[in-house]
Design a protein around this ligand. Structure first.
Ligand SMILES: Nc1nc2c(c(=O)[nH]1)N[C@H]1C(S)=C(S)[C@@H](COP(=O)(O)O)O[C@H]1N2
Ligand SMILES: [Mo]
Length: 263
C-alpha cells in the first residue's frame, strides 16, 4: 500500500518529536508569562509614587496593597492573642545590636537627668523619672524578637506594662486616641503605633535586659518592647510620648516601609 499524507499524520510521535513539541510549548509559555510579568513590572514602575507624607517612597499601587493587608490583619488582631514566650534559659546572653539612630549621634544625652516627656496637649507635658517608672509592678517577657532584616533572637526584657503605666498616670483617656507617637530625646528616630498594639498586654516600657539595666546600645534608660511588631517599631531610648488621632510620623514608613509592620 502506498503511504499517504494521512498515514504520516496518524503515525505516533517518536520520543524526540514529543520532546521537541514539549520544549516548544513550555518555551512559548515561558515567553508569554515572562512578557506578562515584564508588562506588569513596567506598569508598576511607571505608576506614580505616593505623595510624600507620613508614608513615602513606595509606588502607589504597592501602598494600596500594604494598606489593604493592614486592614485585613487588624480585623484579626486581638489583645487576647499572646505571642509565644520561652523559659529564661532560652534567652540570648549576647543580645544583638541593630541600628543606633538617635542614640549614637546624641552627644548631649545625659542619663542622669533623663525624664520621659509625655505630651498632654500642645502646651503641657508630664515629666516622669526612671525611679517612678521602676516603682510600678514589673513584668518580664522572654520572646522571639524579629527584625525585618531577617534575623530573630529570643530575648529577655523587663519593665512595666504600657497599659499599667498609662492608667497609673491617668492617661487612659488620651490613650483612647487612635495612635501613640514615640521619639528619641533628640528626635532623630520616631515611630507611630496604633492603639490596639500599644495596649496589648505584652507591650512594655522596658528598663531591664537579662535582669540588668538596659545598656546604651539597647536604648538606656527606657525603650519600647512591642512583640506584636517588627523590631523597627521597638524604639530604643524613648524621650517623648504623644497621642493623636492621625498617624504620627514614622521614620521607616517615610522611607517606604509598611507603617503597620505587624507580625
Ligand atoms: N532609637 C532607635 N531605636 C531603634 C532603632 C534605631 O536605629 N534607633 N532600630 C530599630 C530596629 S530596626 C531594631 S531591629 C531594633 C533592634 O534593637 P536592638 O539593637 O536592641 O537589637 O531596635 C529598633 N529601635
Ligand atoms: Mo530592625
Amino acid at each position: 500500500m502506498k503511504a499517504t499524507d494521512q498515514d504520516k499524520i496518524k503515525k505516533p510521535l517518536s520520543i524526540e518529536e514529543k520532546i521537541k513539541r514539549r520544549n516548544f510549548i513550555s518555551f512559548g509559555a515561558f515567553i508569554a508569562l515572562g512578557g506578562g510579568a515584564a508588562a506588569g513590572w513596567k506598569w508598576l514602575l511607571n505608576s506614580p509614587e505616593e505623595n510624600a507624607g507620613i508614608t513615602g517612597g513606595a509606588k502607589a499601587p504597592l501602598r494600596k496593597a500594604l494598606n489593604k493587608t493592614e486592614v485585613f490583619f487588624r480585623n484579626f488582631f486581638s489583645n487576647n492573642h499572646l505571642v509565644k514566650t520561652y523559659p529564661k534559659e532560652r534567652a540570648a546572653k549576647t543580645v544583638r545590636v541593630n541600628s543606633l539612630i538617635g542614640i549614637n549621634n546624641d552627644q548631649d544625652f545625659d542619663i542622669g537627668t533623663w525624664k520621659l516627656e509625655v505630651k498632654l496637649n500642645r502646651l503641657e507635658s508630664l515629666k516622669i523619672g526612671i525611679d517612678e517608672i521602676k516603682a510600678l509592678p514589673k513584668t518580664e517577657l522572654i520572646f522571639s524578637f524579629k527584625c525585618v532584616e531577617g534575623w530573630d533572637q529570643i530575648q529577655h526584657w523587663g519593665g512595666v506594662k504600657m497599659s499599667e503605666f498609662l492608667s497609673h498616670h491617668k492617661l487612659d483617656n488620651l490613650a483612647k486616641k487612635n495612635y501613640m507617637g514615640l521619639g528619641t530625646p533628640n528626635g532623630d528616630y520616631y515611630v507611630g503605633l496604633e492603639r490596639d498594639s500599644v495596649l496589648h498586654p505584652q507591650t512594655i516600657l522596658a528598663y531591664e535586659m537579662n535582669g540588668k539595666p538596659i545598656t546604651n546600645d539597647h536604648g538606656a534608660p527606657l525603650r519600647l518592647i512591642i512583640p506584636v511588631k517588627y523590631g523597627i517599631k521597638n524604639l530604643k531610648r524613648i524621650g517623648v510620648m504623644s497621642f493623636s488621632d492621625q498617624r504620627p510620623k514614622d521614620y521607616w514608613a517615610e522611607q517606604g516601609y509598611d507603617y503597620y509592620s505587624g507580625l
